[in-house]
Design a protein. Sequence first.
Length: 237
Amino acid sequence: MSLDNRVAVITGATGSLGRVVAGKLAQAGVRLALFSLSQHHLDDLANELKLPADLYLTGALNFRNPQAAQKAHALTLDKFGRADILLNFIGGWTGGKPVVDVALDEFDDMLQQHLWTTLHLAQAFIPGFIAQGWGRLAVITSPSAALPPAKSAPYAVAKAAQETLILSLAQELKGSGVTANTLRVNTIDVKHTRLSEPSSANASWTTPEEIAEAILYLCSEAAGVINGARIPLYGSP
């Protein structure tokens, strides 16, 4: 699948998923704008990718701050002259407590990681996508957004908010050539345990490589008709 000369912005790029997706996109001919909190980790990723300097940029930015998203946009345009793909992999998990015992700052932290970073990035990049008549936005969400288990309220609330933001945006993007989609993942199986030690407990886990292949398709021309989807990558809708 050729995506030659497209420019992908990946936030949370130095995580396990970001590294795999960055590698797959680079192999497909995509130029990369890679962002995370740590420049040291970004340098390590750049060394792993072994790309010529003109095919990538890196930046250590905190996207809880809306100005960071605007800076990422400016850096990307300055380097490549355009941006085509936005993949937000920022996030984490907070849980393990019943709702009545959860501190307010735990809710705030999850909303900052999942909802606010996505909003800041969308507001920075989507206008340019619309202006050029082509763009792809994708985020990783969870089945917890619709069916939250007990003692996971901060994460589930944040993921539900993130999905609602993307689905609302998708409605606004109809007919523009720009799409916005979510990929629901139960657990990212970094160690490929589902394959090496299969069990009922890990049967719904998804490897980074499987997620990356789905993202590659969503970024393709063929996927231009997919917009506002909540794609289940865990074995069932």
